[in-house]
Ligand binder design. Structure first.
Ligand code: NAP
Ligand code: HSE
Length: 430
């Protein structure tokens, strides 16, 4: 962009939009020194223009609630989409790209669902569509995969990508809270998405994982077939039992590459207490990845919040504002990325934890261990918690490495025994 002033139109001025505007004001001279241009927020689209704002960018900024004011603006150089939702942002971004504007967005839900179409359009229009803030807020993982690690084949990514879920599990672990108490604390502190189901059912982490898979593997893994399990059914008792065995429970987003095929999913898993990700607590995010040249790398930081997320949005704006920068949206030269070659999720092999609820009576353990043996599942540890004879007791097994398919099939048989009085709880161990 051969201009001294870069005009920004912000669609959305909530947590992230306000954070971005604050950083632009606070670091204005520093930004100008780095890119040789001044960033000016000329337009801001909001739902309610009468709302009292905690921060106003400057006298040159015009607030509007009319989408057309943004769509038809000829002076905008970069359109920054920070509204949330999918349908209106999609329309806005498509219109922005078609009218020759670069676009920056933090909208992981939109990119996970419509990324292919939007990247193809950006490619055809030769415009930037940048999204550093869409994964793990302030952590610079998008640029790291696109640029810094571009020469590596990525063997695995294991991430804690949802701060709300991580905060909930940390609260349950540290304070013995049950799930609903911990969710309420997360909402009171403003960590959860407007619709907390996205956080607690794993979809927010799934959106982010699909974006990371594209960047790391140059392939599209359809969101609708990604196995996703959240934390809403996690019980305090399993967190406590896991602790007794030396593990902590975390919501993990993972992709592993094996012979050109990808195995991916979002699921709660037990991590040994000395695992490097086990120490990531509260609303923090972390990403552990393994490149075939660089080896392991871990990034850690704030995955949400006004200034951390604004920092990531600003990095994209600055990259696009530098006129000689080569546009690099997906990290690959293709117009559209090919479909990922996918390993059936239940072919994955790991150790496993399961807790059965059984009536304490003769023959229970022999029946259960018999089923495990028939499925070639080897027990590593077993504990039955004491309880009155003939009443319900928890029985916990930790297995050696076994295929998920064998575990699922064994648990199906076990749960049909008449002495099993509640569905067996099962988690993978990383
Ligand atoms: P937010 O606080 O809810 O703010 C949304 C903004 O968009 C508000 O200013 C709202 O206007 C405006 N808006 C929403 N719908 C609109 C519509 N139909 N027409 C006009 N304006 C509309 O959201 P946020 O937390 O900043 O998140 C923005 C995006 O960043 C989302 O995609 C989110 O997933 C992503 N993200 C957020 C975080 C985070 O820490 N919050 C981190 C990473 C990514 P009013 O102000 O008038 O209500
Ligand atoms: N709700 C998200 C989280 C915010 O808890 O991580 C950032 O994407």
């Amino acid at each position: 962009m051969d201009k001294d002033v870069i005009n920004l139109a912000l669609a959305g001025f909530g947590t992230v939009g306000t954070g971005l505007a604050r950083i632009i004001q606070e670091n204005n001279e520093w930004i100008e020194r780095r890119i040789g241009k001044k960033l000016v927020i000329t337009k801001v689209l909001v739902r309610d223009t009468s709302k009292v704002r905690s921060f106003i960018p400057g006298p040159e900024t015009r607030f509007t609630d009319n989408l057309d004011d943004i769509l038809e603006d000829q002076e905008t150089d970069i359109l920054v989409e920070l509204m949330g939702g999918t349908e209106i942002p999609r329309k806005l971004i498509e219109a922005g790209l078609k009218s020759g504007k670069h676009v920056v967005t933090a909208n992981k839900a939109l990119l996970a669902e419509y990324g292919n179409e939007l990247f193809a359009l950006a490619h055809d229009q030769n415009q930037g569509l940048y999204y550093e803030a869409s994964v793990a807020g302030g952590i610079p993982i998008v640029q790291t995969l696109k640029d810094s690690l571009a020469g590596n084949k990525i063997k695995s990514i294991t991430g804690i990508l949802n701060g709300t879920a991580n905060f909930i599990l940390s609260e349950m672990t540290a304070r013995g809270h049950d799930f609903s108490e911990a969710l309420k604390a997360a909402q009171d502190l403003g960590y959860a998405e407007a619709d907390p189901a996205l956080d607690i059912e794993g979809m927010d982490a799934a959106h982010k994982l699909v974006i990371l898979i594209r960047l790391a593997h140059g392939a599209d893994y359809p969101l609708k077939i990604l196995p996703v399990q959240g934390v809403s059914k996690v019980q305090a008792t399993d967190i406590s039992l896991a602790g007794e065995f030396g593990y902590v429970l975390k919501l993990i987003a993972q992709v592993r590459e094996k012979s050109g095929h990808l195995q991916a999913g979002v699921f709660p898993a037990l991590l040994p207490k000395n695992h490097i990700l086990a120490k990531v607590d509260g609303p923090f995010n972390s990403i552990l990845l393994e490149g075939n040249a660089v080896g392991p790398i871990m990034l850690y930081g704030q995955g949400a919040g006004d200034l951390p997320t604004g920092s990531a949005v600003l990095a994209d704006i600055m990259a696009l504002a530098i006129s000689h920068a080569q546009i690099n949206n997906t990290g690959f030269r293709e117009r559209t990325l090919p479909s990922a070659r996918i390993v059936e999720p239940d072919l994955g092999v790991s150790e496993h934890y399961f807790r059965m609820t059984a009536l304490d009576k003769p023959g229970v353990l022999s029946a259960v261990t018999g089923v495990l043996g028939e499925h070639n599942i080897s027990i590593a540890q077993a504990v039955q918690k004491p309880g009155p004879q003939g009443k319900n007791v928890p029985i916990v097994f930790l297995t050696h490495r076994a295929q998920l398919k064998a575990i699922n099939s064994a648990l199906k048989v076990i749960d049909e025994f008449d002495f099993i009085t509640a569905p067996t709880v099962h988690y993978r161990i990383l």
